[in-house]
Design a protein around this ligand. Structure first.
Ligand SMILES: *Cc1c(COP(=O)(O)O)cnc(C)c1O
Length: 402
């Protein structure tokens, strides 16, 4: 996973050289694409291919790793959600495929637990609506029961979406196996969004008709979405490229890159990677332990991916800075360090070691020390309002392209 010797393209483009300790974030360019995929992308870009055959080849690669009957590559996991819903609605009806998002008389209700209606940068329910699906929430934000799912199924119900993510409500939701049993008893297709999950087999084993992954997250492929599932369902997803899938298609380079990333996954040195991540966590742990107001702790991934992170708890009175002000300070400057701060209001953030280039962990450690020492010397506790921080972030959305 070493960098190429070419000069950093970011300087050429006037971009800040970000160090990513927040995880696989689309807003930062997702992940480090594995060398095998980089090579495949480069080698296919200048060639012509029969796209149907390239898709067939990808289908075999996906099937081999997931144990599914077939697979399909699209632009993103978000696109895959739309296309899977579309396929459930239209089946192989080519006319209906061209009519979407107008589902006409076809069944189009799509169930989703209210606690799963998250945003991964865009609302998951919108990905359903884009395909002509009518979203039917099941249960309340804080709980959903099997009887509520069964009760919500009507003669208009065509599919149900199940989201696996650290974003979803993580208690009192219907487990996938139960969810799938209830849906299948009534002929409802189960679509599992497992965008960021490492486990390529569990969700199909638990009853998914199709499982969807991001190619550009843990897998280290180019930007893409991967569908794996039952053959005719996958074929019907593929057929959506004649309809709404046209604008969500992936090019030859994306497909070749995904195939290469899947192949590389088979031989990836998972233990070696884990050991390197562990070394980074331990370095940060040693760096932070004993510093006033800072409590570091190694914690497992909330959805059981084989990945640990460093939770950094910040007591503003003693550390003399809040968790979010520390996160903001690290993100400023010549070498921005982006931490995982979506829970900063709880007084903590995480350092995620899975997207580091060699030696970046030492830069992170040094910057932490620098900002914490600066805070100790400050006359007042550095404490901006979190409400103001949110408003500023919201306002910043509209600043582009200036
Ligand atoms: C990242 C993510 C998505 C979107 O994936 P893209 O491939 O970036 O479109 C969807 N669902 C979940 C749970 C995610 O984490």
């Amino acid at each position: 996973m070493s960098k190429t010797t070419d000069a950093d393209i970011r300087a050429e483009l006037g971009l800040r050289p970000v160090i990513n300790v927040s995880g696989t974030m689309t807003s930062l360019g997702a992940s480090i694409v594995v060398p095998e995929a980089v090579s495949a992308v480069t080698r296919i870009l200048s060639e012509f291919v029969e796209m149907g055959d390239l898709h067939r080849r990808a289908s075999r690669a996906i099937a081999e790793l997931t144990g599914a009957e077939a697979g399909f590559v699209t632009a993103s996991c978000s696109a895959a959600i739309s296309l899977a819903v579309a396929a459930a609605i239209t089946g192989d009806n080519l006319w209906a495929i061209e009519q979407l998002p107008d589902a006409g008389p076809l069944r189009n209700e799509v169930l989703i637990q209210t606690g799963h209606m998250v945003s991964y940068g865009a609302p998951v329910d919108q990905a359903i609506r884009l395909a002509g699906g009518k979203v039917v929430p099941v249960g309340q934000a804080t709980s959903a029961h099997g009887y509520q799912l069964a009760g919500a199924i009507t003669e208009r119900t065509v599919a149900a979406v199940f989201v696996v993510s650290h974003h979803v409500v993580d208690y009192a939701q219907i487990p996938l196996k139960t969810f799938a049993d209830i849906c299948h008893a009534r002929g409802v297709k189960v679509i599992v969004d497992a965008a960021s999950e490492y486990d390529l087999r569990r969700f199909l084993a638990d009853g998914a008709d199709v499982v969807l992954y991001s190619g550009h997250k843990f897998l280290g492929g180019p930007t893409s979405g991967i569908c794996a599932g039952e053959k005719s369902f996958i074929r019907n997803i593929y057929l959506q490229n004649r309809g709404i899938g046209r604008g969500m298609k992936v090019g030859k380079e994306g497909i070749a890159g995904v195939i290469a990333a899947l192949e590389a996954w088979k031989t990836r040195d998972h233990d070696g990677i884990r050991a390197r991540e562990r070394a980074a966590l331990e370095l940060w742990m040693e760096t932070l332990e004993g510093r006033p107001g800072i409590t570091p702790k190694i914690v497992p991934d909330p959805t059981d991916n084989p990945l640990d992170r460093l939770e950094v708890r910040v007591d503003p009175e003693t550390a003399r800075i809040t968790a979010w002000d520390l996160a903001s300070a690290l993100a400023r400057g010549e070498r921005p360090i982006i931490v995982r701060d979506h829970e900063a209001e709880h007084g903590l953030f995480f350092l995620d070691p899975c997207n580091l280039h060699p030696n970046e962990e030492t830069v992170v450690a040094a910057r932490l020390v620098e900002e914490l020492e600066k805070a100790q010397r400050a006359n007042e506790v550095i404490h901006t309002s979190i409400a103001d921080r949110w408003l500023a972030q919201e306002a910043a959305i509209l600043n582009w392209p200036d």
